[in-house]
Design a protein around this ligand. Structure first.
Ligand code: BT5
Length: 259
């Protein structure tokens, strides 16, 4: 990444600080350490390559050099944001979706943390927290976005098909500009975190809404039912057969296999 161009583009935003790495293990690890040692609100860690990028549940996230966006934004939640921190993953997903929409692309959010283009994963989000006693002190929003084709791992490494912006837009995508737009989106949407319209926009962007899905929960158990929408805390509302709506708070959504 061209660092001076990166800093020039990002200078338009009210960021708390910027740390850039040509190569790093995981930007989330760096951001968690920085948050613990007093990083300001809206500090951001950006890397051109990750050698130990992480997904949820210790899954790997691949970020080959020069092909993708991999960054972690530190938020120090305001008092009024603290009751709504389970919505932060939606904030990040909506900001990614908006940055794609301004480029003419319609994406969908695969609950809880994936952004899909044409049914394939183009971005993943990992939100982690730093606690101070019983309270969340900081959140780290890690976002990985496949920009060039070379960012997309080979299919045998994947749980779900993946794609890149290049596959929809061609190779002339400026990573710095996309990063700017996602960060600007997070900053712009953040004041609406507690509103009903926030949940409505998130819900509107959900993939598989109204369809039969299977959700694998954190403990490996499966729930099958119709994806109805979101709970107020950002959990998934699924109607299990015959007709008992329930909330899922951690899991991976798959379309239910036919038959
Ligand atoms: C995620 O987890 O999708 C969260 C990914 C977050 C990555 C960012 S990059 C910046 C920051 N620093 C980090 O270390 N992490 C964050 P999950 O839903 O658990 O999905 C992980 C799965 O996605 C893997 O098991 C693979 O199947 C698949 N995967 C890995 N790399 C991918 C890629 N580049 N594109 C699409 N899918 C990928």
């Amino acid at each position: 990444m061209n660092q001076s161009e990166l800093r020039r583009v990002l200078s338009k935003l009210p960021l708390g600080g910027i740390r850039y790495f040509d190569s790093i293990g995981s930007t989330n690890n760096e951001a968690l350490a920085w948050a613990t040692s007093g990083a300001r609100d809206l500090s951001v860690v950006i890397a051109d390559e990750q050698t130990a990028g992480r997904g949820r549940l210790d899954r790997k996230w691949f970020t080959p050099k020069g092909t993708a966006l991999a960054f972690s934004l530190i938020l120090r939640p305001l008092r009024e944001e603290k009751p709504h921190l389970t919505r932060i993953v939606g904030l990040a997903a909506l900001a990614v979706a908006d940055s794609l929409r301004t480029r003419g692309l319609v994406s969908q959010i695969k609950w809880p943390n994936d952004v899909l283009l044409n049914g394939s994963k183009v971005a993943g989000i990992l939100v982690e927290s730093v606690w101070s006693g019983e309270e969340v002190d900081c959140l780290v929003i890690g976002i990985g976005l496949n920009v060039l084709r070379g960012a997309v791992p080979s299919p045998e490494l994947l749980l779900f098909p993946a794609t890149s912006l290049e596959q929809s837009l061609g190779p002339a995508v400026e990573r710095e500009e996309v990063l700017h737009d996602i960060l600007a989106g997070i900053i712009a949407i953040r004041p609406h975190l507690s509103s009903a319209s926030f949940i409505a926009s998130w819900e509107k962007a959900l993939a598989f809404r109204g369809e039969q899905v299977q959700v694998e929960q954190g403990d490996g158990s499966l729930i099958t039912g119709k994806l109805l929408g979101l709970e107020l805390d950002g959990g998934l509302r699924v109607s299990q057969e015959p007709n008992t709506p329930m909330a899922v708070r951690f899991g991976d959504v798959r379309l239910r296999p036919l038959g």
